[in-house]
Each structure stands twice: as C-alpha cells, then as structure tokens.
Design a protein around this ligand. Structure first.
Ligand code: ZN
Length: 127
C-alpha cells in the first residue's frame, strides 16, 4: 500500500477513535457510532455512518447475502485486514441504512478502551 495516504482523525476528550486492531490505523470516530447489531450468521458488530482508511470490495460477484442484507467486505487500507462490511442493500430492514458500515466487534479496538490497554501501551512506545 505504498504511496497511499492515510487519514488521521483528531482525537478530542469526548471523542474516541476506533483503530484497526492489526496496524492501529484510524478507522472511525466513536461519535459516528449508530447502533449495535448482530447479523444472521452471528457476527456481532457496530454500525457506523462513516469510516476512513478502508476500502470496499466493489466487485458485485463478491457481495454476500446475509438475510435480509446484501453486504460487501471492507478492508483496512494499510494492512488489508477485513474489518467488517458495508450494507449495500438492506432488504427493507429499517434498523440499518444502505451505505453504512458494520465493524466486527471482535476487530474493534478503541483508543481509550481498558481492554485494549496493551495496544495503547504499544502506541505510546512508538510515539
Ligand atoms: Zn490495518
């Protein structure tokens, strides 16, 4: 991914940044968090209006169905880790809007989160 510029989000006191768990790239602001959701296949995640530094797999052949949704994988721009998916078609489900992003809870890593202290410590070291 050389030459690709990554967006750095500004962290304020009441605004936590969600990071890629693999490479710590900034992914989303907690203020864009919409709701908590569980897909038909059991994947749990958080829905966000807006994410940065990710790309959507736009190939229509790679879109998947998880009833009632049609989704496409989203990947970290830096490390290619699959972080969640984008809702392409909500199949009429009112809880979710098309074009919003679903980030897997198991992949999320929040800047000021106690559970991810080890990650945070690593960041401090490299700062
Ligand atoms: Zn990453």
């Amino acid at each position: 991914m050389e030459g690709q510029s990554l967006v750095r989000l500004d962290q304020t006191q009441d605004d936590q940044i969600i990071l890629c768990p693999t490479c710590n790239t900034h992914i989303a602001l907690f203020q864009d968090f919409q709701s908590h959701h569980r897909l038909e296949n059991g994947s749990e995640g958080c829905i966000f209006n807006n994410v940065v530094n990710v790309r959507t797999d736009d190939d229509p052949d790679k879109r998947r169905k998880t009833s009632p949704f049609t989704i496409a994988d989203i990947m970290c721009n830096k490390c290619d880790d699959i972080l969640g998916c984008k809702f392409i078609d909500t199949g009429g489900d009112k809880a979710v809007s098309a074009g919003t992003f679903f980030l897997f809870i198991s992949k999320l890593c929040m800047w000021e989160c106690v559970e991810t202290k080890s990650v945070r410590d690593k960041q401090v070291e490299s700062a």
